[in-house]
Design a protein around this ligand. Structure first.
Ligand SMILES: Cc1ncc(COP(=O)(O)O)c(C=O)c1O
Length: 409
């Protein structure tokens, strides 16, 4: 008789995992206060959140904006990246890490990731540096900080700007210091799926007064600091956050530390339970990471050793009552945008002479990224807010699939 739920057996779980977002009285109270004040536009709450969040991540300045995508673009401009520059980005990340580069008329150069962290490989950063390289964007993928010691050394040697894509790493720390405060600028997203959310939203952190002033001006239609309201100094846009968003974020921030610790505890239970199952490869732990936010819990399925493909495994896992995802199906450079298969206007420098180099992505190949796109399994952050017994169910489900893998063939 079939044991696996996919084949008609009894599933390990029938109840769900915690839903997201977690909200309650603090959100309602803060939101109502702002609502009733009639002051919904950039003001007291936004400023309070900027200060508190920058403090939480150990940065001097925080500049809120509409989302993480805009935050990356604004950080690049504020750090002086522009037309003709190259910016090294990982090939395994959300599209915004690379399109923000194009939006400032610079060229994204893809570097491979480490197979046991999903973070940019510092050795490949060095290999991809040219005389045009101006900056690097390490993504602290899934909340695990990139190797900032190595990246810092490379950046110093080659005089590169570091813009951290910290859009997965609220609360993460590298050697005791918050992510987003480790490079020249760092960007966080508060989009709906993120570990602290206002539906949409973002913040740029920096320790540099100059970058902070530039970023503030770029988010605020090019206005100058302490200058008359209708004087505009630079070509910019309106990327301001509202008081309503800031009110929700201030309430969410009160939960972030405890939730981060809970996710870490639960991830440790998963690590312990899944370690040693043939065909399951876990991500590396690094002692220099002193807190890890876990936007995702990632592990890999070696199809030969485990006995089935990642796709079949995820199907069986879902039937057992545990939601998982394959994540990005292909490396970023294989997107139609980079392979020139997209319709509509092409961004400069993909289509204009500023760059002066070759912008052909058809032969880019990052072997680790290619492999991980085919064998990674993601478990979302809200699942990690479950109980210890919920985590044990996940381990039981994976073990059950491994023990009965023949049923899937
Ligand atoms: C790694 C990464 N960078 C940037 C972004 C962009 O953030 P947003 O959705 O707030 O524009 C995301 C969002 O999913 C992300 O995952």
């Amino acid at each position: 008789m079939a044991k696996l739920a996919l084949k008609g057996g009894k599933p390990v779980r029938t109840k769900g995992f915690p839903s997201w977002p977690v909200t309650g009285e603090p959100e309602k109270r803060m939101l109502l206060k702002v609502f009733e004040s009639g002051r919904w536009w950039y003001g007291e709450k936004v400023r309070e959140f900027e200060e508190k969040y920058a403090g939480f991540q150990d940065a001097k300045y925080g500049i809120t904006c509409t989302n993480g995508t805009a935050g990356l673009e604004i950080s690049l401009i504020s750090c002086g990246v522009g037309a003709g520059d190259e910016v090294i980005v990982p090939a395994y990340t959300f599209v915004a890490t690379s399109t923000a580069v194009l939006k400032v008329n610079a060229i994204p150069v893809f570097a491979d990731i480490e197979p046991d962290t999903c973070n940019i490989d510092p050795r490949d950063i060095e290999a991809k540096i040219t005389r045009r390289t101006k900056a690097v964007i390490p993504v602290h993928f899934a909340g695990l900080p990139s190797d900032m010691d190595a990246i810092g050394r490379i950046a110093k040697k080659h005089r590169l700007r570091i813009i951290e894509d910290a859009c997965h790493s609220w609360g993460s720390r590298w050697r005791g210091k918050g992510t987003g405060a480790l490079g020249d600028a760092g960007v966080f997203s508060f989009q709906m799926s993120k570990n602290i959310t206002s539906g949409e939203g973002g913040i740029i952190l920096t320790d540099s007064r100059e970058i902070a002033d530039a970023a503030r001006s770029y988010t605020n239609v090019g206005r100058g600091k302490d200058k008359p309201w209708y004087e505009h100094y630079i070509l910019a846009g309106n990327y301001r956050m509202t008081e309503l968003q800031a009110a929700i974020l201030l309430a969410q921030l009160t939960r972030l530390k405890a939730q981060t610790e809970k996710r870490e505890e639960n991830a440790a239970i998963l690590d312990k339970g899944l370690k040693g199952i043939p065909g399951i490869k876990l991500m590396r732990n690094d002692r220099r990471v002193t807190r890890r936010s876990y936007h995702l819990y990632i592990f890999r399925i070696e199809p030969k050793e485990f006995g089935v493909t990642r796709e079949k495994f995820l199907e069986a896992l879902s039937a057992e009552g545990v939601p998982g995802s394959q994540g990005y199906p292909f490396p970023l450079y294989k997107n139609p945008l980079f392979q020139r298969k997209g319709k509509g206007p092409r961004y400069c420098p993909l289509s204009c002479p500023y760059y002066g180099g070759k912008t052909d992505y058809s032969s880019v190949f990052c072997p680790n990224t290619e492999k991980i796109c085919g064998d990674a399994a993601w478990i979302f952050q809200s699942v990690l807010l479950g109980t210890k017994s919920d985590m044990k169910d996940i381990v039981t489900a994976v073990r059950k699939i491994k023990d009965n893998v023949k049923e899937l063939r």
